[in-house]
Each structure stands twice: as C-alpha cells, then as structure tokens.
Design a protein around this ligand. Sequence first.
Ligand SMILES: [Zn+2]
Length: 446
Amino acid sequence: MILHMGFDDMDSLSGGCTSYICALILERISELRVRFLDYPNLIRLNPNVPWKTKGNGAICLRIETDEGLGDLEEAVVDIVERSADLGDPRTSPGIVFFPGDVPREIEEFSERALFDLVSPSSAVRLLRSHGGEAIGFKGGRGIVGGLAAIGNRLLGDHTFELIAYRARENYGKRRRVDPGSVERMDRLTSPMTFNNLDRGSGRILITPRGPDPVLAGIRGESPQVLFEAFSMLRIGEPVERWVLFRTNQGTDAHLRARFEIGRLRPFRSVCVEGSVSSPPRVIAGGHVIFKLSDGTGEIDCAAYEPTGDLNKAARLLAVGDLIRAYGGVRRASKGHPRTINLEKIEVLRLARVLELRNPKCPSCGRGMESAGRGQGYRCRRCGTAAKEKVAIEIPRAISPGLYLASPRGHRHLTKPLSRYGLEKAGGCGPPIAPFFGLGPPPARAP
Ligand SMILES: [Zn+2]
C-alpha cells in the first residue's frame, strides 16, 4: 500500500515545531516495515494568510508499507499528542492519511493553497470524496495544510533544506553557530546553497530567532551540497537530530497566479500587471507606497523598508512605468486602503519622464528668464525672446528588469536572485541519501 501522510499547524510561539515533530515521526515509523518513496516534503503554503504562525509550512511523508493503517495512525497520533503544543491557542494541528495515487482534484486543491485562502471544510469534503482520513485537533485547521502537502508532489522546481535541531536544555538560549563559519560556508557553496546570510546587513539567516527547537537550516539545490555545507559550520552546542527535507522553498511557487486588479481578494498571493499611476511616496519608517492601475481598477502597492533593494527600486518608479507587481494582498483597514505588500517587481517598460524648463537662448546659448507673467521668456544678454518652456527628458535611474527584496526580507517561498537559472524540472526519485538521524548529519552522503 502507498500512503501519504500530511501534517500541519503544530508550530507555536512557545516552541512547538511541525518539522521537529516530523523528525520524531520519521524515527518512529522507520521502525515499522515502511519504505520511503521520497524525502520528507516540506511544503510552504500561501504566506499571506492571516493566521500563519511562523512560516505556514506543512509536511508530507510518502511511504510504501505492508503495515495496517491502524498501527501507523496510532504511532503518528501518539507522537503528535505528546509533542505538539496543544495548549497554545494558535496551534490547530491536523493529520491527513491518504492511501494510493494522489488524484487530480487534490493536486488542484494544493495549487490553490499556494496563493489563496482555502477552508478546512473544503479540505475535509475533498478528502471524504476520495477516501482519505483526517484527524484534527482544536478545530483542525492543519487539515488544510496536511492535504495541501499531500497534493503537492514537487514535480517541478524544488530545493532542499537540511535542518538540525537543538538539545532540549538549550531551547530559548542563544544559538551557538559561529558567524564566521557561516560566511565561509556561504562563500564556498553559494549559489548551490542560498539565503545563508543577508550580505547587505551581514545578518545570519540559517539560524532562526525564538524558542523553537531548530538550531540551523541550510537551503540548497541538492542533498550533497547541504551535507558538505553543514560540515563547514563551527557549532558550539550539541546537535540532537537532523532531517533533510525536499521543499518548494525558494521557488516563488506562490506568485504564479495572475490577477486583474478589479478581481483581487485579501490574503491572496498575486501577480498583477499594470502601470504606475501615482508617484512613489516615502512614508514614515522609510516605506514606499505607489498606486498601480490596469484598467480594471487601481490599488496601492507597498515596498516596506525591510525589503531593502526592492524598497530602493520602488522609489525610482515613475507614473506610466509598466510593471508586474508580485506580493500579498492586505485587506483594507482603518486609514489604509487595500494594498499589495510587494515581494518583487518586474519593470517591463519605463515611461519617458519629462520636465519643463526655461528655454536656452537660440542665439547665444544662455539660459533664458521669464519676461513676466504670460510674457514668455527673454535672453538677458542678447534680448532674444521665446514663448514657451521646453520639455527636457530626465534620465531614469532604474532599468527594465527584476527587483527583489533583500534576503532578510524574504519569505520561505521567495526565489532568491541566485536561483534564477537553477530551476529544476521534473520531480525527484526515491531518496538516495539518508535523510534523518540522531546527532549531527554526516559530512557527506554515503
Ligand atoms: Zn541670447
């Protein structure tokens, strides 16, 4: 029997972590008679939903087994009940079991969950009609992510993340990963690894903040490069266990749906093409706002200060520029209209920016001056007269092309500049390297 198991919504602010619970589940079920058909899949979903905890990530394990469903279910539910932080009001864990091949309707549900809001009731309905099972705790919103993870088999572009976990006694303490070793690892392995640090600010990105069990996660293109990269880190605390995930991180999977401005809905992740219809203005905090219109409507676009390079690019736009804006739709709130929170822009065509200036004297080349209101212009030196100002084309400080947020402003799904050209096509076979274990990961795949 082929079985897909999806999990979601076990992250909590006090340190619960879906991926860590996945590590425990992997260890437990590998004692049963199971064969893993893929690396554990870490599927990031629409990052612009209102209720995400940390990253809106769900997990799917795909196995072949002779075990009865009952034993597997019991093992998994037992771990979730003991490990998930069910006391945190924000967690709403869900576990989904789906036997057999993944039907087209569940794939479509997953595609939708990348950019839209989908409801637990629609997930449960879909699951019932195809013969799967769901166990939800506390409302079971995690059933949505669990099912969406099952339906996303990462058949196109994908990446890997090697996550190492801390010993429990270190939860909440500063992570002892030497920043110099991260810089060196980045230098030696980039672009086959990505978002190790934000080069602009020097901020280390492989270590999260907060009380969760994750010590560090390195993202990259293959299992091999991640093992090597991890072995380059100097770490001053024990590594309790590790898991290697195959993921949709760094692929922009959430920004594929194109919408007209008139048809935008809050909380969707969208791509919109239109013309800049108001000059960018910088507001308190350094954020930049401009309007975009496409004939079906007009909407504010915001490039927040932490988006760095994107914020700088947005300042240079001008009315009439044709762009594609990518980001999440924030709903209107008191004093703020509905807004696209930008994640990237593609400048397709620049408008000519003209400025009216006093004419130059055709006889002697000197700048002319106003001859009085409504009187045109006159050259002081030779007396030549002219009627009107002249339009001068102002050179633009931005070129057509792609402008992304700086790495510190990236979502998990954001495709970093270094990945353009590295996109993969066509899935992945069964795992060839080990993909979880106790202690630190091996320095290379055996
Ligand atoms: Zn003159």
